[in-house]
Design a protein around this ligand. Structure first.
Ligand code: GUN
Ligand code: FE
Length: 487
């Protein structure tokens, strides 16, 4: 095979990890090992010694076994050769992260979510509000979160920003400058919020529209027609307790008019679920008993097929059916679920029932770790915890997920949740090149032994690896992390 080197931005040669489907769905092809492909698990393949190239547009234009290329044919200054301890993988997709809360990540782990002395009132609202009055702080916090999540392999982030428009624009600018794919939402709230951190329905709507236009203008400028814009708009009611029915209706209409992505928090903790239901009941709905969060959002047209709802640990099977029918997805945030709910999402059940789509979020700063590798490990821990409870209760059910399910959720699961899986979330010809190189060769907590085979090495990277093991990161073909420059 010949390569047109003029049109190539990068050439990679080595082992490549490719998620192909929800591991619990029916396979589309027989998943049999051969000398060029090993199946790490259902729907997760390892392409052995392949060549991938990325064109000037930042998309993947070839992916074939290296053996098909003539000797010397891929010798190029643009060639990146991976060692046997390295893997080219799709980048990770954080479905739920509060950019403004990055300022206090690693602190504030001591309170329940709601109430006058709760986590939101004590830490969150003041921290978010500060960014509205201090643009230089907004820049500092947002540069921190974008750069550090990129270094940790997050190539796409679904960001809650703040109530105030100006800092939201700063976040958009920084994502574009640093080269992170992002969905950015102005947080909307008009009730049960501090006086200095609330807006009228009209103001929420006006600033949401302005941010959508700002994103489309800025992101469109940087993108040629064939590419997915790097930053996408997001309609972001914070959650039902802080959003009146009038605000939710207005945002539902906006979502339909602009066909933007939507995000919020759903059925996330006992106190939140009870308060939402009580507020709904006070409107006289559902015979004065109040509806579930899913039914309330749906009543306002917010459960769209581009909607990702965070948490969902208290969603009933009926609620899950409703989300699935609407094409809405769940962002599983296992770490913050431990903190705020003491309950874990039945993630394996959701994957097995085939919907709604599910991916992972860090939920910074309700979750203290901004790392998606950490989030997938917490998913495994949460599933084991559910399993032990089930055994104690003599329930005949399997909750257990392992690192392979975690890897799917970190990558293709997130892309499917966003309905962007034709462009990101895996590595295939025609997709955008959002990727990372995992390496066990760097100085890190991972020790390899002669007995480790290629699948053991990949597993150790998933289970023990940290930022140091993420040797390089690319978004839309642009190299946004290069460890030769890092160390
Ligand atoms: N519910 C409403 N707002 C928030 C938030 O900022 N973080 C989390 N974890 N839950 C919320
Ligand atoms: Fe959250």
């Amino acid at each position: 095979m010949e390569l047109d080197l003029e049109k190539v931005q990068w050439i990679f040669r080595g082992n490549i990890v490719v998620p192909t489907r929800n591991p619990f769905s029916a396979p589309r092809e027989p998943e049999l090992d051969d000398e060029r492909c090993r199946w790490i698990g259902p729907g997760l393949k390892l392409l052995i010694d392949h060549v991938l190239y990325v064109n000037e547009e930042g998309s993947i234009s070839e992916l074939r076994p290296a053996s098909l290329f003539a000797a010397g044919a891929i010798d190029s200054p643009r060639l990146v050769e991976l060692s046997k301890n390295e893997f080219l993988c799709p980048g990770m997709i954080d479905l739920h992260i509060h950019a403004a809360q990055y300022a206090y990540t690693g602190t504030a782990t001591d309170r329940p979510l709601m109430g006058p002395n709760g986590w939101l009132e004590t830490y969150t609202f003041p921290a978010e509000q500060r960014l509205g009055s201090d643009p230089s702080l907004a820049r500092q916090v947002y540069e921190g979160v974008v750069r550090n999540t990129l270094l940790a392999g997050t190539t796409t982030a679904v960001y809650f920003a703040t109530l105030h428009l100006d800092p939201c624009k700063v976040l958009v600018d920084i994502a574009l400058e640093e080269g992170q794919r992002a969905l950015v939402g102005k947080v909307c709230m008009d009730r049960h919020s501090p006086l200095n951190y609330t807006q009228t329905v009209e103001m929420n709507l006006k600033e949401s529209e302005e941010l959508i236009e700002y994103i489309q203008m800025k992101s469109g400028q940087q993108t040629t027609s064939a590419k997915l814009p790097l930053v996408l708009p997001l309609i972001t009611p914070r959650f039902i307790p802080t959003c009146s029915p009038a605000l939710l209706t207005a945002l539902g209409k906006l979502a339909a008019e602009r066909s933007c992505h939507v995000t919020s928090h759903i059925s996330e903790s006992v106190d939140e679920v009870a308060f939402s239901r009580q507020l709904d009941a006070s409107e006289g709905l559902d015979n004065g008993v109040g509806r579930t969060d899913a039914k309330i959002f749906d009543g306002h047209g917010l459960l769209t097929d581009k909607c990702v709802m965070a948490h969902g640990v208290f969603l009933s099977e009926d609620d899950l059916d409703l989300l699935q029918r609407r094409g809405s997805a769940v962002a599983h945030c296992p770490l913050s679920n431990f903190c705020f709910a003491g309950k874990s999402l039945h993630c394996r059940n959701i994957l097995q029932r085939g919907g709604p789509q599910v991916g992972l979020g860090t939920d910074v700063a309700g979750g203290y770790s901004p790392s998606m590798l950490h989030s997938s490990r917490m998913t495994v821990v949460a599933s084991q915890s559910l399993q032990h409870q089930a055994i104690a209760n003599n329930e005949d059910v399997d909750h257990v997920l392992d690192y392979r399910h975690g890897f799917y959720l970190d990558t293709l699961g997130g892309a499917k949740a966003l309905k962007l899986d034709n462009r990101i979330g895996s590595l295939a010809v025609g997709m955008e090149f959002d990727a990372m190189i995992l390496s066990a060769d760097v100085d890190s907590p991972i020790q390899l032994f002669d007995s480790d085979n290629v699948l053991d090495i990949f597993q150790k990277l998933c289970v023990l690896g940290d930022d140091r093991n993420i040797k390089a990161v690319y978004v839309q073909g642009r190299r946004v992390k290069d460890c030769n420059a890092c160390y």
